[in-house]
Ligand binder design. Structure first.
Ligand SMILES: Nc1ncnc2c1ncn2[C@@H]1O[C@H](COP(=O)(O)OP(=O)(O)O)[C@@H](O)[C@H]1O
Ligand SMILES: [Mg+2]
Length: 217
């Protein structure tokens, strides 16, 4: 589902990624760990096409990403990639249901279909009683579950999460982690999670450690 080959990324004189190669199969749940500043977010943003590598190739769901124009890339990202960040990044003026629907509407899918899938996803997240709540009226765990539903609305080829539980207490953290494993099992969802959580890292199908700009063996 994801294939990266010899990815390099520099910020000025600083070479953060020095030749990362990685393959993720459909339905795999991969964790990425490493010290703060190791380049985990940089790698995830490249995998998510939010940032371009200086060298190397990236193939997602059979598409060679670096060959796409900026416009084609934005479209590709909206349809193929779901993001979950440490902070939920929900839009404050919109309800939970509307927040989940927005990427589906941007993709020009029929409103009825988008709304019914958004409702189903929020129900799956245990939030059927929270559809009309604004983000500020939700707990941290609930906000994060809304943002996971939003990430899934376009049935993305890959779900990328950057320290999704980093801001949560231990009960909510465990719940969110269980949810990721359930999504892999129920939807065959391909998932890459950057985490500091040892338990999550060790129970993933594979754990990748970034060290000195490379994957540590
Ligand atoms: N846009 C940027 N401009 C300059 N330096 C950056 C930028 N983004 C990240 N870096 C640097 O790259 C390194 C890796 O950052 P990051 O990928 O965020 O690490 P991690 O997520 O593993 O903590 C850090 O030293 C950071 O300061
Ligand atoms: Mg980071």
């Amino acid at each position: 589902m994801i294939k990266v080959s010899n990815i390099h990324k520099r910020f000025g004189a600083l070479e953060v990624l020095k030749g990362i190669s990685l393959e993720v199969k459909k339905g795999e749940l991969i964790s990425i760990v490493g010290a703060s500043g190791a380049g985990k977010t940089t790698l995830l943003q490249i995998l998510g096409t939010l940032s371009r590598a200086d060298e190397g190739t990236l193939t997602i769901d059979g598409h060679r990403v670096e060959q796409l124009s900026e416009g084609a890339l934005a479209h590709f990202r909206n349809e193929k990639i779901g993001f979950v960040f440490q902070f939920h990044h929900l839009l404050p003026e919109f309800s939970a249901l509307e927040n989940v629907m927005i990427p589906g509407l941007i993709a020009n899918r029929p409103r009825k279909e988008v709304e019914s899938y958004a409702r189903a996803l929020l129900k799956r997240m245990g939030l059927e009683e929270r559809l009309a709540h604004k983000p500020a009226q939700l707990s941290g765990g609930e906000q994060q579950r809304v943002s996971i539903a939003r990430a899934l609305i376009n049935k993305p080829a890959v779900l990328l999460a950057d320290e999704p539980s980093g801001n949560l207490d231990s009960r909510n953290r465990d719940e969110i982690h269980r949810l990721f494993f359930d999504l892999r099992d129920e939807l065959g969802q391909t998932i890459v999670i950057v985490t500091h959580d040892e338990k999550l890292a060790s129970t993933a199908d594979r754990c990748i450690r970034i060290e000195d700009g490379l994957i540590a063996q």
